[in-house]
Design a protein around this ligand. Structure first.
Ligand code: BV8
Ligand code: ZN
Length: 251
């Protein structure tokens, strides 16, 4: 993949760069994407059955078991060259604001800091009634994942209600502070990157448009077309684990 020298020059002189990441970035760590492939999550599970507040009310054991399965997969996964390159970019660029839709912690485990998690995280569940955070044991060893295993959710130590996964479900709002920070970093940046995201889930999908409205360069890194191409300054077609390290080398 040939990265235009003009883009490299724009990155060298940019005061602020913002990057939105999605499931494609973690795909090279072995975590399934959500859409588009036979192995994708929403090809095999109906989001309405597992990823809505209604689903949790109807069948908390099914939903908790499903998220425990995903949490175990995420714990067993390791950051890849794409995650590590983003950490390196945070050191090389004047300012890189990192916004992710991913619920894994691979950015943090690759050493990135100040990661905005728009869709929450698998590692930080909370009480469904009072919001008290629930801690998983730090000594926990990830099990061999078993899809479809029903597990009774833990109970809140403060009020006794069920603990729920710390992710943002369909129909729920993005945490206000995360959203405000993400919107501001999109509107104020000089260059906005979309990395490994299909751009189908709102409101995250709007961030690139906010950036473009305010005059930022827009760059996509994706193995496939997303339909965004005619509104991009640069379309870098290929895997994030190859293109991001190449960007780091060129800077
Ligand atoms: C909300 C939960 C307000 C956690 C997820 C218009 C405006 C506003 C809202 C809506 C709207 N239209 C519809 C909505 C509602 C809905 C929505 O957007 N639905 C879509 C599907 C139409 N949005 C919401 O409900 C949001 N909340 O709007 O609040 C509100 C409040 C009350 C009432 C009404 C409204 C909440 C959205 C959060 C949903 N939570 N998951 C979990 O279980 O994980 S969504 C799920 O999609 C994941 O979180 C994921 O992160 C997210 C985005 O997906 P991607 O990361 O992009 O992954 P995807 O598989 O799609 O794509 C992967 C890409 O990578 C592909 O393009 C592929 O080509 C590429 N790729 C693969 N390998 C590589 C690669 N690229 C590079 N390198 C590689 N190696
Ligand atoms: Zn509680």
């Amino acid at each position: 993949m040939r990265i235009a020298e003009q883009l490299i020059e724009s990155l060298r002189t940019a005061d602020r760069v913002t990057m939105l990441t999605g499931a494609g970035l973690s795909a090279e760590s072995g975590l399934a994407t959500f859409r588009g492939k036979a192995t994708s999550i929403w090809e095999n599970f109906n989001p309405m059955d597992v990823a809505t507040p209604h689903a949790f009310e109807q069948d908390p054991e099914l939903v908790w078991g499903w998220y425990e399965w995903r949490r175990m997969q995420a714990m067993r996964a390791q950051p890849n060259d794409g995650h590590r390159a983003i950490t390196a970019l945070q050191g090389k660029l004047r300012q890189l604001s990192l916004v992710t839709q991913n619920v894994d912690d691979l950015h943090e485990r690759a050493g990135s800091h100040f990661v905005r998690h728009l869709h929450g995280t698998l590692q930080h569940p909370r009480c469904a009634a009072c919001g008290q955070p629930h801690e998983f044991p730090s000594s926990e060893i990830p099990n061999e994942p078993a899809a479809g295993r029903r597990i009774e959710p833990p109970r809140c130590t403060r009020c006794g209600s069920r603990v729920r996964p710390g992710v943002v479900w369909f129909g729920e709002s993005i945490p206000r502070r995360e959203w405000e920070a993400a919107e501001q970093s999109a509107r104020l940046c000089d260059v906005f990157f979309c990395v490994g995201t299909s751009g189908l889930v709102e409101p995250a999908a709007s961030l690139v448009h906010f950036a473009r409205e305010e005059g930022a360069l827009t760059v996509q890194i994706n193995t496939e077309s997303t339909g965004l191409e005619d509104r991009l300054s640069y379309d870098l077609r290929g895997s994030a684990g190859i293109i991001l390290p190449e960007l780091v080398c060129r800077l």
